[in-house]
Design a protein around this ligand. Structure first.
Ligand code: NDP
Length: 248
């Protein structure tokens, strides 16, 4: 197992769910964290908690990953002490609606494609060159079981997560010959704000998603990500699918 002490880890979508859980696990391991999301007040609260509990150093980025120029500027203007990112966790993502494709909302589609695919690509494009130059690094993309199974009305979300899988594999191929690692972590149902966001705040509909299933917790996913990022440098875990025991 390698140490993450003083490693610089950039987590997108750190203001909630899996991203917040990752921040806590990595903070506990002594990492320095760049926390990115749109809701700055959430990041500030998380940073204060991590500082209090673990003495963690954080750098906050209020960032919409859909905005390519904002991503470019955020990464290129990191202070020197924060610019050498060791691990990138491409976690920001969402699902909107659960509608038949021929009845779906263009706005929902664009939001999913722009966040889940294009946002992940922008971060990767601006962060990975530094990893290649420094001969070290690890990119962890949060995919989903939705990238393996297409469920009824999942159409566009499943498409974005299938794209994440393909992009992770493509990046892995492109980085062969360098020590930079690439992992796709693909969970089944995780209880976070994800379902509320999916149904635009309709929490009754959101709760029904978990009926009959004990969902994963964000900490379950963060534990797996921690495991993947702490293997010996010659070990690359390409892909992990983790599911609730009772989810088909
Ligand atoms: P949450 O809704 O709890 O968290 C989503 C995070 O993404 C938030 O921090 C949000 O921050 C951030 N985010 C969304 N849009 C943007 C944007 N445009 N720019 C920057 N940040 C953004 O959901 P989860 O923690 O569950 O989701 C994390 C990842 O896990 C997603 O990629 C999701 O697809 C994936 N996943 C989730 C599953 C589940 O059942 N929950 C199952 C499988 C995969 P903010 O709003 O502050 O910008």
């Amino acid at each position: 197992m390698i140490s993450l002490q003083n490693q610089i880890i950039l987590i997108t979508g750190a203001s909630s769910g899996i991203g917040t859980a990752c921040a806590k696990v990595f903070a506990g391991a002594g990492a320095r964290l760049i926390l990115a999301a749109r809701r700055l007040e959430r990041l500030q609260e998380l940073a204060a908690n991590l500082r209090g509990e673990f003495g963690t150093e954080t750098y906050l980025l209020q960032l919409d990953v859909r905005d390519r120029l904002a991503v470019e500027s955020a990464i290129s203007s990191l202070p020197n002490a924060w610019s050498e990112i060791d691990i990138l966790i491409n976690n920001a993502g969402l699902s909107r609606g659960l509608d038949k494709l021929h009845e779906g909302s263009f706005t929902d589609w664009e939001e999913m494609i722009d966040t889940n695919i294009k946002g992940l690509l922008y971060l990767t494009r601006y962060v990975v060159p530094g990893m290649v130059k420094r001969d070290r690094g690890h990119v962890v993309n949060i995919g989903s079981i939705a990238g393996h199974q297409t469920y009824p009305n999942g159409n566009v979300y499943c498409g974005t997560k299938a794209a994440v899988r393909a992009i992770s594999e493509g990046l892995k191929q492109d980085l062969l010959g360098t020590p930079v690692r690439v992992t796709s972590v693909d969970p089944g149902m995780v209880e976070t704000e994800f379902s509320d966001v999916r149904f635009h705040g309709d929490s009754d509909r959101a709760k029904k998603v978990y009926q009959g299933v004990q969902p994963l917790t964000p900490e379950d996913v963060a534990d797996v990500i921690f495991f993947c990022t702490t293997r010996s440098p010659h070990v690359n875990i390409n892909e992990v699918v983790l599911m609730p025991v009772d989810q088909a």
